[in-house]
Write a protein of this length. Structure first.
Length: 401
Protein backbone atom coordinates (compact mmCIF):
# COMPACT_ATOMS: atom_id res chain seq x y z
CA UNK A 1 0.00 0.00 0.00
CA UNK A 2 1.36 3.39 -0.98
CA UNK A 3 1.02 5.46 2.17
CA UNK A 4 -0.63 8.75 1.22
CA UNK A 5 -0.14 12.11 2.91
CA UNK A 6 -3.60 12.33 4.46
CA UNK A 7 -3.55 8.88 6.01
CA UNK A 8 -0.04 9.54 7.34
CA UNK A 9 -1.15 12.84 8.91
CA UNK A 10 -4.26 11.18 10.39
CA UNK A 11 -2.26 8.30 11.84
CA UNK A 12 0.53 10.53 13.18
CA UNK A 13 -1.85 13.09 14.65
CA UNK A 14 -3.99 10.48 16.36
CA UNK A 15 -0.93 8.60 17.63
CA UNK A 16 0.45 11.75 19.27
CA UNK A 17 -2.98 12.45 20.74
CA UNK A 18 -3.16 8.87 22.07
CA UNK A 19 0.26 9.22 23.72
CA UNK A 20 -0.97 12.41 25.34
CA UNK A 21 -4.19 10.70 26.47
CA UNK A 22 -2.28 7.97 28.33
CA UNK A 23 0.14 10.41 29.97
CA UNK A 24 -2.65 12.72 31.03
CA UNK A 25 -4.58 9.78 32.48
CA UNK A 26 -1.54 8.67 34.50
CA UNK A 27 -1.21 12.22 35.81
CA UNK A 28 -4.89 12.56 36.76
CA UNK A 29 -5.18 9.20 38.52
CA UNK A 30 -2.01 9.98 40.48
CA UNK A 31 -3.25 13.46 41.41
CA UNK A 32 -6.64 12.24 42.61
CA UNK A 33 -5.11 9.43 44.65
CA UNK A 34 -2.65 11.83 46.29
CA UNK A 35 -5.46 14.28 47.11
CA UNK A 36 -7.99 11.74 48.41
CA UNK A 37 -5.98 8.64 49.32
CA UNK A 38 -8.94 6.68 47.93
CA UNK A 39 -8.63 3.95 45.32
CA UNK A 40 -12.42 4.05 44.90
CA UNK A 41 -12.32 7.74 43.99
CA UNK A 42 -9.49 7.07 41.53
CA UNK A 43 -11.59 4.32 39.92
CA UNK A 44 -14.27 6.93 39.16
CA UNK A 45 -11.93 8.33 36.47
CA UNK A 46 -12.64 5.58 33.90
CA UNK A 47 -16.34 5.63 34.87
CA UNK A 48 -16.51 9.38 34.20
CA UNK A 49 -14.73 8.97 30.89
CA UNK A 50 -16.96 6.11 29.73
CA UNK A 51 -20.14 7.98 30.66
CA UNK A 52 -19.05 11.15 28.83
CA UNK A 53 -18.05 9.21 25.71
CA UNK A 54 -21.43 7.46 25.71
CA UNK A 55 -23.27 10.81 25.80
CA UNK A 56 -20.98 12.14 23.07
CA UNK A 57 -21.71 9.11 20.87
CA UNK A 58 -25.42 9.86 21.12
CA UNK A 59 -25.05 13.57 20.25
CA UNK A 60 -22.30 13.53 17.60
CA UNK A 61 -24.70 12.66 14.71
CA UNK A 62 -26.23 16.14 15.10
CA UNK A 63 -22.92 17.66 13.92
CA UNK A 64 -22.20 15.14 11.17
CA UNK A 65 -23.28 16.60 7.84
CA UNK A 66 -23.36 20.13 9.24
CA UNK A 67 -19.63 20.40 9.98
CA UNK A 68 -16.85 19.27 7.64
CA UNK A 69 -15.52 15.96 9.01
CA UNK A 70 -11.89 17.10 8.89
CA UNK A 71 -12.72 20.24 10.88
CA UNK A 72 -14.98 18.34 13.25
CA UNK A 73 -11.99 16.12 14.09
CA UNK A 74 -9.55 19.03 14.29
CA UNK A 75 -11.87 21.13 16.47
CA UNK A 76 -12.44 18.22 18.86
CA UNK A 77 -8.66 17.97 19.34
CA UNK A 78 -8.35 21.75 19.72
CA UNK A 79 -11.14 21.60 22.32
CA UNK A 80 -9.20 18.92 24.23
CA UNK A 81 -6.09 21.10 24.10
CA UNK A 82 -7.89 24.13 25.53
CA UNK A 83 -9.43 22.01 28.31
CA UNK A 84 -6.03 20.56 29.15
CA UNK A 85 -4.57 24.06 29.53
CA UNK A 86 -7.44 24.85 31.91
CA UNK A 87 -6.67 21.64 33.78
CA UNK A 88 -2.99 22.59 34.07
CA UNK A 89 -3.95 25.95 35.60
CA UNK A 90 -6.53 24.27 37.84
CA UNK A 91 -3.94 21.90 39.30
CA UNK A 92 -2.18 24.92 40.82
CA UNK A 93 -5.20 25.55 43.03
CA UNK A 94 -6.74 22.10 43.49
CA UNK A 95 -7.18 20.73 47.01
CA UNK A 96 -8.93 17.81 48.67
CA UNK A 97 -12.02 20.02 49.04
CA UNK A 98 -12.46 20.90 45.35
CA UNK A 99 -10.92 17.95 43.49
CA UNK A 100 -14.35 17.28 41.96
CA UNK A 101 -13.49 20.05 39.45
CA UNK A 102 -10.98 17.63 37.89
CA UNK A 103 -13.82 15.24 37.07
CA UNK A 104 -15.70 18.01 35.26
CA UNK A 105 -12.67 18.71 33.05
CA UNK A 106 -11.88 15.06 32.29
CA UNK A 107 -15.55 14.48 31.51
CA UNK A 108 -15.49 17.30 28.96
CA UNK A 109 -12.22 16.00 27.44
CA UNK A 110 -13.79 12.54 27.12
CA UNK A 111 -16.81 14.13 25.44
CA UNK A 112 -14.54 15.50 22.69
CA UNK A 113 -12.86 12.08 22.44
CA UNK A 114 -16.23 10.43 21.95
CA UNK A 115 -16.78 12.72 19.00
CA UNK A 116 -13.30 12.20 17.51
CA UNK A 117 -13.11 8.39 17.57
CA UNK A 118 -15.95 7.63 15.09
CA UNK A 119 -14.78 10.46 12.81
CA UNK A 120 -11.30 8.93 12.56
CA UNK A 121 -12.77 5.56 11.53
CA UNK A 122 -15.00 7.34 9.01
CA UNK A 123 -12.13 9.32 7.44
CA UNK A 124 -9.98 6.25 6.74
CA UNK A 125 -12.10 5.09 3.75
CA UNK A 126 -11.94 8.64 2.34
CA UNK A 127 -8.13 8.68 2.45
CA UNK A 128 -7.46 5.01 1.58
CA UNK A 129 -8.54 2.95 -1.42
CA UNK A 130 -11.03 0.14 -0.62
CA UNK A 131 -8.53 -2.60 -1.47
CA UNK A 132 -6.09 -1.14 1.09
CA UNK A 133 -8.50 -0.89 4.03
CA UNK A 134 -7.26 -4.07 5.74
CA UNK A 135 -3.68 -2.76 5.80
CA UNK A 136 -4.77 0.72 6.85
CA UNK A 137 -6.92 -0.61 9.69
CA UNK A 138 -4.13 -2.99 10.68
CA UNK A 139 -1.57 -0.17 10.78
CA UNK A 140 -3.92 2.01 12.84
CA UNK A 141 -4.61 -0.77 15.33
CA UNK A 142 -0.94 -1.77 15.58
CA UNK A 143 0.19 1.75 16.41
CA UNK A 144 -2.66 2.20 18.91
CA UNK A 145 -1.85 -1.05 20.73
CA UNK A 146 1.90 -0.31 20.83
CA UNK A 147 1.14 3.07 22.39
CA UNK A 148 -1.20 1.49 24.94
CA UNK A 149 1.31 -1.23 25.81
CA UNK A 150 4.30 1.08 26.17
CA UNK A 151 2.99 4.43 27.40
CA UNK A 152 1.38 3.25 30.65
CA UNK A 153 4.80 2.01 31.74
CA UNK A 154 6.60 5.12 30.49
CA UNK A 155 3.98 7.37 32.07
CA UNK A 156 4.68 5.97 35.52
CA UNK A 157 8.41 6.62 34.96
CA UNK A 158 7.66 10.23 34.01
CA UNK A 159 6.05 10.71 37.43
CA UNK A 160 9.39 9.83 39.05
CA UNK A 161 11.05 12.90 37.53
CA UNK A 162 8.09 15.24 36.94
CA UNK A 163 5.14 16.50 38.94
CA UNK A 164 1.59 15.72 37.78
CA UNK A 165 1.17 19.32 36.68
CA UNK A 166 4.39 19.27 34.64
CA UNK A 167 3.18 16.07 32.96
CA UNK A 168 -0.09 17.80 32.06
CA UNK A 169 1.86 20.67 30.43
CA UNK A 170 3.86 18.09 28.44
CA UNK A 171 0.61 16.55 27.26
CA UNK A 172 -0.62 20.03 26.32
CA UNK A 173 2.37 20.38 23.96
CA UNK A 174 1.56 16.99 22.41
CA UNK A 175 -2.08 18.01 21.94
CA UNK A 176 -1.01 21.23 20.19
CA UNK A 177 1.08 19.21 17.71
CA UNK A 178 -1.82 16.76 17.16
CA UNK A 179 -4.19 19.69 16.55
CA UNK A 180 -1.86 21.20 13.94
CA UNK A 181 -1.49 17.87 12.11
CA UNK A 182 -5.25 17.38 11.97
CA UNK A 183 -5.75 20.91 10.63
CA UNK A 184 -3.39 19.97 7.78
CA UNK A 185 -5.66 17.11 6.64
CA UNK A 186 -7.40 17.50 3.29
CA UNK A 187 -11.12 18.25 3.58
CA UNK A 188 -13.37 15.45 2.35
CA UNK A 189 -16.58 15.77 0.38
CA UNK A 190 -19.17 14.61 2.87
CA UNK A 191 -22.77 15.39 1.99
CA UNK A 192 -25.56 15.03 4.55
CA UNK A 193 -28.09 12.44 3.41
CA UNK A 194 -30.89 14.97 3.84
CA UNK A 195 -31.90 17.69 6.26
CA UNK A 196 -33.58 16.18 9.32
CA UNK A 197 -34.70 17.14 12.79
CA UNK A 198 -32.49 16.66 15.84
CA UNK A 199 -34.11 13.41 16.97
CA UNK A 200 -33.97 12.01 13.44
CA UNK A 201 -30.27 12.88 13.20
CA UNK A 202 -29.55 11.19 16.52
CA UNK A 203 -31.44 8.06 15.44
CA UNK A 204 -29.97 7.98 11.91
CA UNK A 205 -27.14 5.61 12.81
CA UNK A 206 -29.44 3.30 14.75
CA UNK A 207 -31.79 3.09 11.75
CA UNK A 208 -28.86 2.30 9.46
CA UNK A 209 -27.72 -0.47 11.83
CA UNK A 210 -31.23 -1.87 11.91
CA UNK A 211 -31.81 -1.69 8.15
CA UNK A 212 -28.43 -3.06 7.01
CA UNK A 213 -28.30 -6.85 7.58
CA UNK A 214 -24.54 -7.14 8.14
CA UNK A 215 -24.44 -4.10 10.45
CA UNK A 216 -27.35 -5.50 12.43
CA UNK A 217 -25.35 -8.69 13.02
CA UNK A 218 -22.20 -6.71 13.86
CA UNK A 219 -24.15 -4.63 16.37
CA UNK A 220 -25.22 -7.84 18.13
CA UNK A 221 -21.71 -9.26 18.07
CA UNK A 222 -20.31 -5.96 19.41
CA UNK A 223 -22.89 -6.05 22.19
CA UNK A 224 -21.85 -9.57 23.20
CA UNK A 225 -18.13 -8.90 22.71
CA UNK A 226 -18.27 -5.81 24.94
CA UNK A 227 -19.75 -7.90 27.75
CA UNK A 228 -17.20 -10.67 27.15
CA UNK A 229 -14.32 -8.19 27.08
CA UNK A 230 -14.99 -6.86 30.58
CA UNK A 231 -13.16 -9.87 32.06
CA UNK A 232 -9.91 -8.17 30.99
CA UNK A 233 -10.43 -5.05 33.10
CA UNK A 234 -7.82 -4.51 35.81
CA UNK A 235 -10.06 -5.36 38.78
CA UNK A 236 -11.16 -8.78 37.49
CA UNK A 237 -7.80 -9.79 36.04
CA UNK A 238 -6.05 -8.79 39.28
CA UNK A 239 -8.37 -11.07 41.28
CA UNK A 240 -7.81 -13.91 38.80
CA UNK A 241 -4.03 -13.63 39.19
CA UNK A 242 -4.30 -13.78 42.98
CA UNK A 243 -7.12 -16.30 43.47
CA UNK A 244 -6.89 -18.61 40.45
CA UNK A 245 -3.18 -18.54 39.62
CA UNK A 246 -1.97 -17.95 43.20
CA UNK A 247 0.91 -15.73 42.14
CA UNK A 248 1.88 -12.17 43.09
CA UNK A 249 0.71 -9.00 41.37
CA UNK A 250 3.66 -8.75 38.95
CA UNK A 251 1.96 -11.51 36.93
CA UNK A 252 -0.98 -9.16 36.41
CA UNK A 253 1.40 -6.90 34.50
CA UNK A 254 2.90 -9.83 32.58
CA UNK A 255 -0.53 -11.11 31.48
CA UNK A 256 -1.67 -7.61 30.52
CA UNK A 257 1.50 -7.18 28.51
CA UNK A 258 1.06 -10.56 26.79
CA UNK A 259 -2.49 -9.60 25.80
CA UNK A 260 -1.33 -6.31 24.23
CA UNK A 261 1.58 -8.03 22.47
CA UNK A 262 -0.91 -10.53 21.06
CA UNK A 263 -3.03 -7.70 19.70
CA UNK A 264 0.04 -6.17 18.07
CA UNK A 265 0.99 -9.53 16.49
CA UNK A 266 -2.57 -10.02 15.23
CA UNK A 267 -2.51 -6.56 13.64
CA UNK A 268 0.88 -7.22 12.02
CA UNK A 269 -0.43 -10.49 10.58
CA UNK A 270 -3.39 -8.67 8.99
CA UNK A 271 -1.04 -6.05 7.52
CA UNK A 272 1.44 -8.60 6.12
CA UNK A 273 -1.21 -10.86 4.61
CA UNK A 274 -3.79 -8.16 3.83
CA UNK A 275 -4.60 -9.49 0.34
CA UNK A 276 -5.22 -12.98 1.72
CA UNK A 277 -7.37 -11.65 4.57
CA UNK A 278 -9.28 -9.33 2.22
CA UNK A 279 -10.55 -12.30 0.18
CA UNK A 280 -11.76 -14.19 3.27
CA UNK A 281 -13.20 -11.53 5.60
CA UNK A 282 -16.06 -13.70 6.88
CA UNK A 283 -13.75 -16.67 7.46
CA UNK A 284 -11.28 -14.62 9.50
CA UNK A 285 -14.03 -13.02 11.58
CA UNK A 286 -15.41 -16.49 12.33
CA UNK A 287 -11.99 -18.01 13.09
CA UNK A 288 -11.11 -15.11 15.38
CA UNK A 289 -14.41 -15.46 17.27
CA UNK A 290 -14.29 -19.25 17.59
CA UNK A 291 -10.62 -19.32 18.61
CA UNK A 292 -11.31 -16.60 21.22
CA UNK A 293 -14.06 -18.77 22.69
CA UNK A 294 -11.67 -21.69 22.96
CA UNK A 295 -8.66 -19.88 24.46
CA UNK A 296 -10.67 -17.77 26.94
CA UNK A 297 -12.37 -20.90 28.33
CA UNK A 298 -8.94 -22.52 28.70
CA UNK A 299 -7.59 -19.34 30.32
CA UNK A 300 -10.37 -19.37 32.91
CA UNK A 301 -9.86 -23.04 33.80
CA UNK A 302 -6.06 -22.92 33.78
CA UNK A 303 -3.91 -22.70 36.95
CA UNK A 304 -0.45 -22.29 35.43
CA UNK A 305 0.81 -18.70 35.11
CA UNK A 306 3.06 -19.61 32.17
CA UNK A 307 0.17 -21.13 30.24
CA UNK A 308 -1.96 -18.12 31.22
CA UNK A 309 0.63 -15.88 29.53
CA UNK A 310 0.46 -17.94 26.34
CA UNK A 311 -3.35 -17.97 26.34
CA UNK A 312 -3.51 -14.20 26.95
CA UNK A 313 -1.17 -13.75 23.97
CA UNK A 314 -3.43 -15.93 21.82
CA UNK A 315 -6.53 -14.03 22.97
CA UNK A 316 -4.96 -10.78 21.74
CA UNK A 317 -3.97 -12.32 18.41
CA UNK A 318 -7.39 -13.83 17.67
CA UNK A 319 -9.17 -10.68 18.82
CA UNK A 320 -7.37 -8.63 16.16
CA UNK A 321 -7.83 -11.32 13.51
CA UNK A 322 -11.56 -10.83 14.09
CA UNK A 323 -11.73 -7.08 14.61
CA UNK A 324 -9.57 -5.74 11.75
CA UNK A 325 -11.49 -7.56 8.96
CA UNK A 326 -14.71 -6.53 10.71
CA UNK A 327 -13.66 -2.87 10.43
CA UNK A 328 -13.31 -3.28 6.66
CA UNK A 329 -16.78 -4.82 6.47
CA UNK A 330 -18.26 -1.88 8.38
CA UNK A 331 -16.41 0.74 6.33
CA UNK A 332 -17.69 -0.69 3.02
CA UNK A 333 -21.19 -1.75 4.08
CA UNK A 334 -22.87 1.65 3.66
CA UNK A 335 -22.15 4.90 1.83
CA UNK A 336 -19.40 7.07 3.30
CA UNK A 337 -21.99 9.73 4.20
CA UNK A 338 -23.61 7.31 6.65
CA UNK A 339 -20.41 5.93 8.19
CA UNK A 340 -19.97 8.54 10.92
CA UNK A 341 -23.46 7.94 12.34
CA UNK A 342 -22.91 4.17 12.15
CA UNK A 343 -19.68 4.46 14.17
CA UNK A 344 -21.27 6.75 16.76
CA UNK A 345 -24.06 4.21 17.26
CA UNK A 346 -21.62 1.30 17.56
CA UNK A 347 -19.55 3.44 19.94
CA UNK A 348 -22.63 4.09 22.06
CA UNK A 349 -23.24 0.34 22.30
CA UNK A 350 -19.67 -0.23 23.45
CA UNK A 351 -19.44 2.56 26.01
CA UNK A 352 -23.00 2.12 27.27
CA UNK A 353 -22.72 -1.61 27.87
CA UNK A 354 -19.13 -1.67 29.17
CA UNK A 355 -19.77 0.12 32.45
CA UNK A 356 -22.84 -1.95 33.34
CA UNK A 357 -21.32 -5.28 32.32
CA UNK A 358 -18.12 -4.53 34.30
CA UNK A 359 -20.26 -4.16 37.41
CA UNK A 360 -22.26 -7.30 36.64
CA UNK A 361 -19.15 -9.39 35.94
CA UNK A 362 -17.66 -8.20 39.22
CA UNK A 363 -20.80 -9.29 41.09
CA UNK A 364 -20.78 -12.69 39.36
CA UNK A 365 -17.10 -13.15 40.28
CA UNK A 366 -17.92 -12.39 43.94
CA UNK A 367 -20.89 -14.75 44.01
CA UNK A 368 -19.68 -17.70 41.94
CA UNK A 369 -15.89 -17.37 41.73
CA UNK A 370 -13.48 -15.64 39.41
CA UNK A 371 -13.19 -18.57 36.96
CA UNK A 372 -16.90 -18.44 36.14
CA UNK A 373 -16.68 -15.00 34.49
CA UNK A 374 -14.04 -16.24 32.04
CA UNK A 375 -16.21 -19.24 31.16
CA UNK A 376 -19.11 -16.86 30.54
CA UNK A 377 -16.87 -14.67 28.39
CA UNK A 378 -15.79 -17.68 26.33
CA UNK A 379 -19.39 -18.82 25.85
CA UNK A 380 -20.35 -15.35 24.62
CA UNK A 381 -17.64 -15.64 21.95
CA UNK A 382 -19.10 -19.04 21.04
CA UNK A 383 -22.43 -17.32 20.40
CA UNK A 384 -20.64 -14.65 18.34
CA UNK A 385 -18.96 -17.33 16.21
CA UNK A 386 -22.34 -18.97 15.59
CA UNK A 387 -23.84 -15.63 14.49
CA UNK A 388 -20.91 -15.01 12.13
CA UNK A 389 -20.89 -18.55 10.71
CA UNK A 390 -24.63 -18.64 9.99
CA UNK A 391 -24.42 -15.24 8.26
CA UNK A 392 -20.96 -15.58 6.70
CA UNK A 393 -22.24 -14.54 3.28
CA UNK A 394 -22.95 -11.06 4.68
CA UNK A 395 -19.40 -10.49 5.98
CA UNK A 396 -17.82 -9.35 2.72
CA UNK A 397 -16.41 -6.11 1.36
CA UNK A 398 -19.13 -4.21 -0.47
CA UNK A 399 -17.61 -1.07 -1.95
CA UNK A 400 -20.00 1.83 -1.49
CA UNK A 401 -19.34 5.16 -3.18
Amino acid sequence: MKVNRNFSLLLLGQSIANIGDVLYMVSIISTIFVLTGSATTSSLVPFTITTSMFISSLLTPILVGKVNLKWLLACSQIGKTILLVILGILLLHITASNYYLIFIIIGLIAFFDGCANPIIQTLIPYYVKPEHLIRANGMTDTVTQVIQAVMWFIGSLFLLVMSSQQLVWLVGCLFVIASILMCLLESVHHKPIEQKGVLEQISEGWKTLSNTPVLRKIAWTDFLETIAGTVWIAAILYVFVNDALNVDEKWWGFINGAFFIGMILGSIYCIKFSSFVEKRLGTFIFVGSFASFFVIILFGLNSSPIIALLLALCTGIFGQIKNIPQQSVIQTSVSKERLATVYTSLGAIGTGIFGVSSLVMGMIADLFGIRVVFVISGLLFAIISIIVHTNKQLFTRNVME
